[in-house]
Design a protein around this ligand. Structure first.
Ligand SMILES: Cc1ncc(C[n+]2csc(CCOP(=O)(O)OP(=O)(O)O)c2C)c(N)n1
Length: 306
């Protein structure tokens, strides 16, 4: 895996000058993604913040071949390009080795693009799909998605006197991808660049589909301090809100195991999207219980597969 010095020397393939908010986790993730992927890469994006802020005509932040897609088909488009590449390579018309990446936000991945992602993975295309997961449809004004956590305020799950934010638990897409019998699936956050880089490199080295679900702090949608985005991503891991783990060739590995997990309130109350839960002991207990159950399940899976 490249060192941080080597990564800084790769040049920016996802360049500055884009229009993302201060403290946006998505742009940090994409910059690291491209530093690791290198120049011979084709990228396809579902519409969403990370497509909109980086490709406003006539400008672009992408110094590689980049394909804009509709909301639902980034995996399908990239799988088509990858197939054409394989055919041309077989005929000797392309000599280069090219990598293929599709990405989308959680709306474009967990919800509307899930069918195209599932299809591309089942067909076995040689591509990495990366989801920058900020937990809502942020680009269109913070609507709930199936990745929005329980209790979060969004414009379509507004917190008021009767309903306290989103009243359903988030979908566990990482496990859904694992159920596709993929060789490589991982969860990560941008607070640990070396873990995320390692995962990107493993995924891109694979001959087949890989999926990485990356938690992406969003100051606007989370109501958090832009200067604290990386710290909040770290807190997400330390409070068991976002386990950092990978599933490789049938084996689970939890990459970061907090020795003494912090209480979930430390993560919740640095964000305004949860501020209405301050005196809602029962709801906080429900969140805590759910996270503990999921964490124990994960520990068990690690134990059983190793
Ligand atoms: C079929 C379709 N429905 C709705 C839209 C409008 N739309 C564009 S981006 C977006 C939200 C994207 O959310 P997400 O994928 O979570 O990415 P984020 O904006 O949070 O980065 C929506 C609803 C669309 N472009 N196409």
């Amino acid at each position: 895996m490249p060192t941080i010095k080597e990564l800084t020397r790769t040049g920016d393939l996802f360049t500055s000058g884009h229009r993302a908010c201060a403290g946006c986790g998505g742009t940090i993730i994409l910059r690291l993604l491209m530093a690791n992927a290198g120049k011979n890469t084709v990228v396809g994006a579902a519409t969403g913040c990370m497509e909109v802020v980086s490709t406003i005509y006539p400008y672009t932040s992408w110094d590689v071949n980049f394909v804009h897609n509709a909301f639902e088909n980034s995996a399908a488009t990239v799988s088509g390009i990858e197939t054409a590449y394989r055919a041309l390579k077989k005929k000797g018309k392309i000599k280069k080795d090219i990598k293929f990446i599709a990405y989308g936000g959680d709306g474009g991945t967990f919800d509307i693009g899930l069918q195209s992602l599932s299809g591309a993975v089942e067909r076995g295309h040689n591509m990495l799909y990366l989801c920058y997961n900020n937990g809502a449809y942020m680009n269109t004004g913070i609507q709930r998605s199936s990745a929005t956590p329980f209790g979060a305020h969004t414009t379509t799950s507004p917190a008021g006197s009767k309903i306290k934010g989103k009243m359903q638990q988030r979908k566990d897409l990482t496990e859904i991808m694992i159920a596709h019998d993929m060789k490589y699936v991982a969860q990560a956050t941008p607070h640990n660049w070396s873990d995320l880089s390692n995962k990107i490199n493993k995924a891109l080295a694979l001959n087949g589909p890989a999926f990485i679900n990356v938690l992406s702090p969003c100051p606007l949608g989370w109501g958090s301090d832009p200067a604290q985005s990386i710290q909040i991503a770290k807190l997400a891991v330390e409070t068991l809100y976002w386990p950092v783990y990978e599933y490789e060739n049938g084996k689970y590995k939890i990459n970061i195991k907090p020795k003494k997990p912090k209480d979930i309130e430390e993560f919740l109350f640095v964000q305004n999207r949860f501020k209405h839960l301050k005196n809602e002991k029962e709801l906080i207990d429900k969140i805590r219980k759910h996270l503990n159950e999921k964490w124990n399940e994960l520990l068990n899976k690690e134990k059983c597969t190793n």
